[in-house]
Design a protein around this ligand. Sequence first.
Ligand SMILES: [Zn+2]
Length: 377
Amino acid sequence: MSEANNEQTGGKEFYLPELLFGYVESMLAGRTPAVQARILPFEEFISDPLHRPGFAGLHTTFMFHTRSTNLEKPLYYCVVDYPIMNASVTSFSNFYCIVVYSGLYQQTYSIMAGLLSDRSLRKFLLTGEEAVDDGSYPRLSRREAYVDLRETGAERADKPALDLTYLLSQLTVIIVTCHELGHIFGGHLQHSLTKNHMSEDAVQVDAQGIRRALEIDADVFGSLASALLMCNIKPYPRWSDLPLDLDMALRFLFVSCYATYSIMDLFGPVDPLVTRKVHPAPLLRIYIVGLIVSNALPVIIPASEREAIWDQASSSVRAVELALLATAGGSMMPEEALQYESAGSQLWDEHLGRWSTIKSSLDRKRLDVFPWSPVLP
Ligand SMILES: [Zn+2]
């Protein structure tokens, strides 16, 4: 119970009360009838070591971002025991609930462990020293390499790799939870336009591109919310063992973000080969994270510098790709990376072009509680 600053409540204060399980379970059954999943009772969730990164990520995020809000009703989270990488948020009549599927941290665990079995990636995270590209050519596609790491990643990892895997998996949960908070505080739920937020629905873009715009807005909020949390995570268990400074905190954030989005992209919640998505591709999403954090963080934390943060983001993407190449023989091609970067910049320009109109139709007052909300687009 010393895992995450539980104070006197044992960490239960943010968990969905059992009295309300029925409402959430009916909603889930209506939305995805094929998934026969149950909400874990809190005691079961907290006592199983397999759920520890999930608890640490959710509890830390709730402690940091939801304790002094101006929400009109309580906000809870719950965990559904099911191996898909998904999360969603719903506004019920008397409460909000973020639902996280346990696959979010359990599916990523083996892949993160496999990537971190690469010493160069660990060194990059801990010291910032960049891996050397030995020029070897990929023998597998990225997808094949990720499939390989899902099978073999955990057994490749030694103790130092597993220690960092725990932290990166916790960070996956933080990033996704912050994205879901973005839907609540950004006023998206009053619009009934977003439903199953992290899942890659088989809808490209609706007529006005509104759903995609709201997903990007949630990513924008989530980027800054998770970056600020990372800048203050030092006192939390296990993080306190690291000589964590701003640069290292951001490397952890960007590496985890990129690996999470890549895995999410490759193993969609239902169909692993799903190709049409509401969410932009992972490199496009990391582009948005890098852009937002590098532009907004220096306004909030004057010791940080725009160019240095952007460089950390680029180096982190490169470090993950090199680790994938070194461990499983797959990687993105350089020309592919350039295409993604230009697509990212185009996506962002399109977003800004339509955002002010969409934003004006949203109730943004819930954002006021965050002193940094004025720097959000
Ligand atoms: Zn979403």
